[in-house]
Design a protein. Structure first.
Length: 412
């Protein structure tokens, strides 16, 4: 038996997903302890935009608004985008998505990851029922029918009704809860940085599909673009090491000079791309959310959006009972989210196989086929709207806090 306050919840991992979940739970009156191995939250970037930028869809924005943090993020700086242009390397197919097709002023917006996290933690600091323990790592988990005990590396223990693993792709909590993971390495890296272009981006995201991986130019509010350039590992390493002039030239060519020549690329970073999926999202008195439950190919910018929907769904499920860690609540959450996340993961793989495979046969056959695919998508209005509605977070079984009566939007 583990003595505890039934409303106490412990979260390991204070990234955007763990912090958003803590905020949702604190607003519902739970006592929350959130633990992270880092020494503190990310600092909000200064004048210079941070180079790790994520797209938030309309459902994520609605959730952030529902937990009271969106006005502060919006007032800092966000980069809305109203459309998306996709085209194929060979020039044989292209399609354009526009927010007017789904009756919205924007499809979502790009936000610096550090800014999002900083604002979430400022909001959390306002709640006396939230304890944030920095510089501590989880080392043990013991569960019983009535509660769970989390052990930290400084010998602290926390008794809670529910322990949540929000500790990212290489989740230690997943292991401590003895939950297996399916893993696939794409043998790709994503190069990220910000850069200026000769021509205006007009708040349109642009993505060009190439063998080896796509390149995306994501519009920022200061007129520049954020880059997500997916290349096979060895090539990505070589590109990151190029001098500025050579990198700018390589990027200008890769982007097809769609916005003219690229200049002034900032510091470049490359991230390995791995798909992981926890075989279960829950165990006794335990749940996984965000990257700890799933990491997906980021080419469609959906990973954090899925994680925020996990947080919204888990908070909603917990709100259905007085004890947050019962089997009934946890199974409800797992059924809701695992099916949805699996479908999105498969869709990313279809994209990857159809557009990035470098095999000679794929090159000969898939090249024209993928061009046809984009051209067909462009003509089939209903299919386009369906893809658009799902990508923008307007469709699917959304948590209540991610829907908004009276319409969506990116305003505060
Ligand atoms: C190149 C790239 C581009 C992307 N673009 C997008 C996009 O446009 N849109 C989108 O929706 N998603 C995008 N993603 C995915 C998105 O970045 C992730 O899904 C998201 O950041 C995951 O958040 P998280 O809070 O679950 O995990 P994390 O941000 O990884 O946070 C985990 C936290 O847990 C802490 N931690 C880890 N282990 C322990 C431990 N043992 N004890 C205590 N603390 C611990 C860590 O310090 C960290 O703070 C992208 C990903 C990549 C790689």
């Amino acid at each position: 038996m583990i003595a505890r306050d039934t409303r106490e919840i412990a979260i390991v991992g204070a990234g955007a997903v763990g912090a958003a979940l803590a905020l949702a739970l604190a607003r519902a009156g739970h006592a929350v302890t959130i633990v992270d191995g880092r020494s503190g939250p990310a600092a909000a970037p200064g004048e210079e935009y941070g180079e790790f930028v994520v797209s938030l869809n309309l459902a994520s924005i609605a959730f952030l608004r529902a937990i009271g943090v969106w006005p502060a993020i919006h007032a800092s700086r966000v980069s809305p985008y109203g459309g998306m242009t996709l085209w194929d390397e060979g020039g044989s197919g292209a399609t354009r998505f526009d927010s007017v097709e789904v009756g919205e002023p924007a499809l979502g917006c790009f936000v610096e990851s550090a800014l999002l996290e900083a604002r979430l933690h400022e909001a959390l600091a306002e709640y006396p029922g939230v304890s944030r323990l920095w510089g501590r790592r989880a080392t043990g988990l013991r569960v019983a029918h009535d509660g769970a005990r989390l052990a930290l590396d400084d010998a602290t223990t926390i008794n809670a009704g529910l322990v949540i693993g929000a500790d990212g792709g290489r989740s230690a909590m997943r292991q401590l809860a003895d939950i297996g993971v399916e893993r696939f390495d794409y043998d790709q890296r994503a190069i990220v940085c910000n850069f200026a272009t000769e021509r205006r981006h007009d708040a349109i995201a642009r993505q060009r599909f190439m063998q080896g991986g796509p390149v995306a130019m994501l519009p920022l509010a200061d007129g520049r673009c954020s880059l997500a350039w997916f290349r096979p590992e060895a090539e990505a390493e070589r590109l990151v090491e190029l001098d500025d002039a050579a990198f700018n030239e390589a990027l200008s060519e890769a982007t097809d000079y769609a916005l003219g020549a690229v200049t002034a690329a900032t510091r470049r970073r490359a991230f390995p791309i791995v798909r992981r999926h926890a075989v279960r999202y829950v165990a006794e008195r335990f749940a996984l959310v965000g990257d700890a439950a799933h990491t997906i190919h980021p080419q469609a910018g959906q990973g954090l959006n899925l994680g925020l929907m996990d947080a919204a769904a888990l908070a909603e499920a917990i709100g259905r009972g007085s004890d947050p860690g019962t089997d009934r609540i946890l199974r409800y959450y797992a059924r809701w989210r695992r099916g949805h996340n699996t479908a999105v993961m498969h869709a990313m793989d279809v994209f990857h196989r159809g557009f990035a495979q470098p095999a000679p046969v794929a090159g000969a056959l898939l090249g024209p086929l993928r061009g046809l695919g984009l051209a067909a998508a462009d003509r089939a209005g209903w299919a386009k709207r369906l893809i658009l509605r799902h990508g923008a977070g307007l469709a699917g079984d959304l948590p209540r806090s991610a829907r908004q009566v009276g319409g969506y939007g990116i305003g505060p």
